[in-house]
Design a protein around this ligand. Sequence first.
Ligand SMILES: C[S@@+](CC[C@H](N)C(=O)[O-])C[C@H]1O[C@@H](n2cnc3c(N)ncnc32)[C@H](O)[C@@H]1O
Length: 224
Amino acid sequence: MSQERWSAVDDWTAAMLGGDDAALAAAAEASARAELPAIAVTPNQGKLLHLIARIQGARTILEMGTLGGYSTIWLARALPPDGRLVTLELEPRYAEVARANLERAGVAELVQLRAGPALESLRALIAEKAGPFDLIFIDADKQGTPEYFSAALELSRAGTVIVTDNVVRAGAIVDADSGDERVEGMRRFHELLAGEPRASATTIQTVGGKGYDGFTLALVEGEP
Ligand SMILES: C[S@@+](CC[C@H](N)C(=O)[O-])C[C@H]1O[C@@H](n2cnc3c(N)ncnc32)[C@H](O)[C@@H]1O
């Protein structure tokens, strides 16, 4: 099996099942034109997030790692008209591109984009008692994931779903001596989860247009 085949299957199934549309494609194109890194979720992954939000009946969503707002649009579209999505992005230039993309996609009114380091924004959200959120998507810098998950728990309720992306890292997650801080972040994240009685979680490996990786789905069980 090759990357070429994984990408072909992603493209074909997305075309069959509606993985993308004009507004989402425009957001991806604008992000590419602005030379943002090509690290957004794929159309199929975006639709998975959208479906999880709808299955969850999410009215409030928190996202860490906005980039150009591609996954933000997918998630915001799952919200009811009075829903609310807070998304956190470090880079002011990316945030600017995302704001334009969210506006063009017609979801800007549902979304509050906070620029700055996610950990600072998360501390502010906790201080403001902005939670609980129904769904939380962790997709910022990978080395910070354990700290983001701990903060996410503080912004959760029993029943909150927390999705964390890029946890498998082409299988490197099982390499104890990888020396890559992103891999180490995902190993620490799993160690944290293993000892966390307030969440039940599983990690699913994936292949597709973005290679071999995976995500962790966690359900918050008790009152955090
Ligand atoms: C994988 S990308 C997000 C992709 C986006 N969720 C999507 O699928 O369209 C990760 C993003 O996290 C941002 N980021 C990195 N470090 C961060 C930090 N400390 N706080 C907030 N955002 C950060 C990066 O600038 C980048 O835009």
